[in-house]
Write a protein that binds this ligand. Structure first.
Ligand code: S3P
Length: 174
């Protein structure tokens, strides 16, 4: 890493479509540091897309694969920003792994409609958000778990992922 940035390591959580990966990309670039995207790490290590894994083995086994990859990735010390999958933080064991390894967690919150628009216009196949009502139910259920994160940033209309990354840099890293 080219800069220490107080040695802080940050994990970004939040619902599908909220923009975790793009905020992570901007934040890493603003801080001149490295980031990893857990979904990408899983796809690379498994040689399949997330959708292929979930459709193939089911969601419970997928969660095991996700935790295993989280454990592995956390051992690497050459990155500072980690964007999680939308469900990673909802499991207590994953929250423990992140906390025990010194990660500061950041919840990116937006309205369901904001997330849904991004989901609907994205090319990424998200098995848990193939229909709007199912996705909305999941969104409602997860709010109380996302709010366990250390920090909370709200993506209001008119703010883009670069603006949020700047806010995170100013409030957490300065
Ligand atoms: C999931 C979110 C996805 C991916 C998987 C499960 C979830 O990641 O990890 O499809 O449970 O919310 P994104 O939040 O990056 O879409």
């Amino acid at each position: 890493m080219s800069q220490d940035n107080n040695g802080l390591r940050v994990a970004l959580t939040g619902f599908m479509g909220v923009g975790k990966s793009s905020v992570a990309r901007h934040l890493a670039s603003l801080l001149h540091t490295k980031r990893l995207d857990l979904d990408r790490v899983i796809e690379q290590s498994e040689g399949k897309t997330i959708a292929e894994i979930i459709d193939g083995v089911g969601i419970d086994k997928y969660r095991d694969v996700e935790t295993e990859n989280l454990r592995k990735v956390i051992e690497k010390d050459d990155f500072q920003i980690l964007s999680l999958g939308g469900g990673t933080w909802t499991l207590e064991r994953n929250r423990d792994i992140l906390r025990n390894n010194g990660f500061t967690s950041v919840w990116l919150e937006a309205t369901f409609e904001h997330c849904w628009l991004n989901i609907a216009f994205s090319r990424k196949d998200r098995p848990l958000a193939r229909n709007k009502e199912g996705a909305r139910k999941l969104f409602d259920e997860r709010q109380k778990i996302y709010c366990l994160a250390d920090w909370h940033f709200i993506i209001r209309s008119g703010l883009n992922s670069y603006d949020i990354a700047k806010q995170i840099r100013e409030e957490i890293f300065s």
